[in-house]
Design a binder for this molecule. Sequence first.
Ligand code: DX5
Ligand code: ZN
Length: 217
Amino acid sequence: MSHLVAPSMLSADFANLKKDIDMVNASEADWFHLDVMDGMFVPNISYGFPVIKLIKKYAEKPLDVHLMIVDPDRYIERFREAGADWISVHYETCPHLHRSMQLIRSTGAKAGVVLNPHSPVSLLKDIVEDADYVLIMSVNPGYGGQRFIENTYGKIIQLKNLILEKDTDTLIEVDGGVTLENFKKLTEAGADILVAGNTVFSSDDPAKTIKQLKMQS
Ligand code: DX5
Ligand code: ZN
């Protein structure tokens, strides 16, 4: 499958959100990536249900909701009701990950596990088959526009090997510091979904940048 591109709306212009939603709709982007931060698990607070509902109202593409919140199980159903199609939770916030994956899937959404940069891929050995996707963080979560962490390539390769070993069809997403310079190396390593915030929204021509990020290597 050719890789997907998911612009992160964290870097959108919130005073003109509809304009940026329309831009993503009209572009070659595949998903909307929505970052929910609680000021507890990560040192930043972003947005919640009202903004997600508003984006859902106008979005013509799936919503990929990345939960950077403590004890996310409490809110899975509400994020689904707000319009989430894909929901990911951090390994670091879930003591019962199988239960979290089942809960997400029971709502009809696809379920993902996210790994912080310091968490090794080996932690996923007994959960990878139960997830529809794994999100490898390539920055420390909390902010857009940070610098890409180089050991991400190796983690993607390790994860791809684990997925092949388990003979499962789990997708690999990468999030943080994705640029026009590094995206090809990421897809070559095995990434299926590229999240890009700053690279897309700081561009003079965001739709063109999305088109460039969609190019095959
Ligand atoms: C960071 C978020 C990312 C962020 C990516 O915690 O999970 O989705 O918006 O932004 P860039 O692409 O600017 O690093
Ligand atoms: Zn994210």
